[in-house]
Design a protein around this ligand. Structure first.
Ligand SMILES: [Zn+2]
Length: 93
C-alpha cells in the first residue's frame, strides 16, 4: 500500500523531439554546401527519411541556396515568358 504514491511520479521519459534534430539543423549548412563528412551525410540522410520537419528544412535550405547562387540574375521574368508559361499550363489542363 505504500508504493502507489511513488508510482505516480515515475513518469516514462517523454519521447523528446531530440532524435538528432538539433544535430541535423547544425548540419544543414554543411550538407547544402557539400562539406559534410560521409558519416555526417549518412546520419543526415537517415534522419530526414524519418523526420518530416528536418526534411522540409533541408528542402527549403537547398531552395534558398539555389536562389542565392544560381538564379539571382534571372529573378525578373520577362512578361512574354510569363505568358508562354501560362499558355503551356492551360494547354496541359
Ligand atoms: Zn528532425
Amino acid at each position: 500500500m505504500e508504493s502507489k504514491f511513488t508510482e505516480m511520479y515515475q513518469k516514462e521519459p517523454a519521447e523528446e523531439n531530440g532524435n538528432g534534430c538539433e544535430q541535423v539543423i547544425n548540419l544543414l549548412d554543411l550538407m547544402v554546401d557539400g562539406e559534410a563528412s560521409a558519416e555526417e551525410q549518412h546520419f543526415f540522410n537517415k534522419h530526414i527519411e524519418e523526420c518530416v520537419n528536418c526534411f522540409e528544412n533541408h528542402q527549403k535550405q537547398k531552395l534558398l541556396k539555389g536562389l542565392i547562387s544560381g538564379h539571382l540574375k534571372r529573378v525578373i521574368v520577362p512578361e512574354s515568358l510569363a505568358q508562354t508559361i501560362k499558355a503551356k499550363i492551360q494547354e496541359t489542363i
